[in-house]
Design a protein around this ligand. Structure first.
Ligand code: PLP
Length: 519
């Protein structure tokens, strides 16, 4: 077991992660460092606090905790000093790949830079110190902020009302489908199926199934968009909804969207918009104008909350007016007095509501970051962000299109897919190539998704990257394509520069070695 030393940490800072204008496809030096667990660092008697002697009468434990609730044996908690704990977690955090450390082109996840201003605003104790149980009269500021965010989201999405409660995209999908179910049932209709294209994110069929629907897959055509004829065959009186993201997960705009909306509405179904790809269309078009009845937005993606590793998130859900009665409670209402004074309050007086889907008002700290993002960017800034995201994706795609197979010709939106089919014939899988990217200092793109593209790499550069970074990343991928062509074995055994090299992922999931053994 090697402990990380200060010089290792300095070495880490020198890794070629497109830092300081050093934009070259350089290999990281081979280095393997392992951080011990807190249990391995533990030594009996160490502690991170010192308390004065007790100056009140001591009570026997039995007087405080009933005997049947007391532990029979010691907890085996690790014993460490405060400095050890700080260093341990700081070192671990430095092993993580992060958007603040390097380029992170993880398609569909929109890993853009999150301005530090938002963190500063969110950390202000005037927000952060509030308690969710405070009376409405004492939290007028936060209610006003949430109300205005709802208005901005209505404007951005072309919708009539929003709930900010859902805590992630998938949670928004589930909430939206419950709203759609409540709508159909209010009309005495019991519809059983939700249509989902074969390019959909996995959460779409999962949310539909969790909401009690049968999931029916719609094929995509050779262009990578919804096969309208297949859709026509599948819709009927059993259709509750079609779930769609536009642009779709191939980074392509569903240009038949108006016809698609007509087909689904024609049989009484509702159109659900998975807004994870909102970063492509801000200020250009709106799901409400395309015919969607319900949307969720992944604000943690588009509106800059640091995200990844399972959270945190916010997936506000917007609806057209005819679905508003079914929104979750509580809703934020505004009253304007004759002198213009605004008062905000929470109301649960909505008899057709699907009920509560989240405690309090949702993930308020993230909603505040989204509000700050909208205010900092302004309408023109939002539109510019999407235009730049689309431009960056098309630029990077052009740099890569000769070396890799491109399944869909023509321009893309904010992300694109390429295929490693050619390289697979030369003996390297897409998985091998993206592991090799780690040696060049880059986070891999999304791979093997969408499922309709063989050996898929899905790349989303985002608008926050500069041209030099895109050039450097392309150079790294092109170098890897050359290594594959030359039969360089390093590709198959990569990564070589990370603390842990290639692992057996199935074994790691099934038989995790957590390295600490009790007793
Ligand atoms: C990220 C994503 C989701 C799920 O959102 P979460 O916030 O991770 O639950 C759904 N659809 C698409 C297309 C996505 O990219």
């Amino acid at each position: 077991m090697t402990l990380i030393t200060d010089s290792d940490v300095l070495d880490a800072a020198d890794m070629p992660v497109s830092r300081n204008g050093a934009h070259r496809a350089t290999l990281s030096a081979e280095r393997k460092v392992l951080e011990p667990t807190v249990f391995e660092l533990s030594a009996p008697g160490r502690s991170g606090y010192s308390l004065p002697d007790c100056d009140v009468p001591e009570q026997p434990l039995d007087a405080l905790i009933p005997a049947n609730l007391q532990r029979a044996e010691a907890t085996h908690l690790p014993e460490l000093s405060e400095l050890q704990v700080v260093r341990h977690f700081t070192r671990l955090s430095q092993l993580n790949y992060s958007i603040d450390g390097g380029f992170y082109p993880l398609g569909s996840c929109t890993m853009k830079y999150n301005p530090k201003l938002h963190e500063k605003v969110a950390a202000d104790p005037r927000w952060a110190g509030l308690h969710p149980h405070q009376p409405d009269a004492t939290i007028q500021g936060v209610l006003a902020m949430l109300y205005r965010l709802q208005e901005y989201l209505c404007e951005v999405g072309g919708m009539d009302s929003f709930t900010l409660q859902p805590a992630a995209g998938a949670h928004g999908e589930h909430t939206g489908l419950m709203i759609i179910r409540a709508y159909h049932e209010s009309r005495g209709e019991h519809r059983s199926e939700v249509l989902v294209p074969d390019t959909a994110h996995g959460t779409n069929p999962a949310s539909a199934a969790a909401a009690g629907y049968k999931v029916v897959q719609v094929k995509s055509n050779a262009d990578g968009t919804v096969d309208v004829e297949d859709l026509r065959r599948l819709v009927g009186p059993q259709t509750a909804a079609l779930m769609l993201t536009n642009p779709n997960t191939c980074g392509l705009f569903e240009k038949d969207i108006v016809e698609i909306a007509g087909i689904v509405h024609g049989v009484g179904g509702r159109l659900y918009y998975d807004g994870a790809n909102l970063n492509a269309i801000l200020g250009t078009t709106r799901p409400g104008d395309m015919g969607f009845d319900v949307v969720h937005f992944n604000l943690h993606k588009t509106m800059t909350t640091p995200h990844g590793g399972g959270g945190p998130g916010t997936g506000p859900v917007g609806v057209k007016a005819h679905l508003a009665p079914f929104l979750p409670v509580p809703l934020i209402e505004r009253e304007v007095a004759a002198d213009g004074t605004e008062t905000f309050r929470l109301t649960s007086d909505r008899p057709q509501s699907i009920g509560r889907v989240r405690s309090f008002f949702g993930n308020t700290g993230l909603l505040l970051r989204a509000y700050t993002y909208v205010r900092a960017m302004g309408p023109d800034g939002l539109a510019q962000a999407s235009r730049d995201a689309v431009l960056n994706a098309n630029y990077l795609r052009a740099l890569l299109r000769d070396a890799f197979e491109v399944p869909y010709p023509g321009n893309c939106m904010h992300e694109f897919v390429i295929s490693g089919k050619r390289q697979k014939k030369q003996g390297a899988k897409t998985l091998d190539m993206v592991k090799r990217l780690l040696d060049y200092g880059y986070h891999p793109p999304t791979i093997y998704f969408p499922l309709v593209v063989e050996e898929c790499m899905m790349i989303e550069p985002t608008e926050t990257e500069d041209r030099a970074t895109l050039d450097a990343f392309a150079e790294a991928l092109l170098t890897i394509a050359q290594e594959v062509e030359q039969g360089n074995d390093d590709v198959h055994t990569a990564p070589h520069s990370t603390p842990v090299s290639r692992i057996d992922e199935a074994l790691a999931a099934r038989k995790p070695d957590l390295r600490w053994r009790a007793g």
